[in-house]
Design a protein. Sequence first.
Length: 151
Amino acid sequence: MFKTYKFINVVSTTRLMVSNRSINSSGINISGSSSGSHQFSSSNNNTEKDHQNSDNKELRYALMYLGRLSFLGVDYIRDKAKPQFMANSHLTDPKEINICLERTKYVIKEIEALNRLHKYRSLKKSYDHEFQKINDDFLSANIGDSNSNSR
């Protein structure tokens, strides 16, 4: 669906532009005189909710994208993330919502770090024969211990 983070940012920017075009239908009251000068009055709560909702969607898309790239898989990420998003769907306080969004950003950074670590270890296993020997010795020692315990 999405190829890069740049594409995700373009999509969120496009959404923002589309929501700004439909400014009259989004609950913003326009009051003014007939001279053509309009004053906009809107509640900050609605615009903040819209902004948090778009952030929420963008973070969910970023999680799904990382799931496709990672060794964990998109199914694992979706199965772990969806219950968390649904558990916090009742929140209405902007501060609590921002805390949840920051926690999601932290989780995204952790998944990215896990992906980098997994890639580093895979490359090291492929090209560093000494590391491979240590890993093989460790595995054979553990397999030997488990076989002797089962007898």
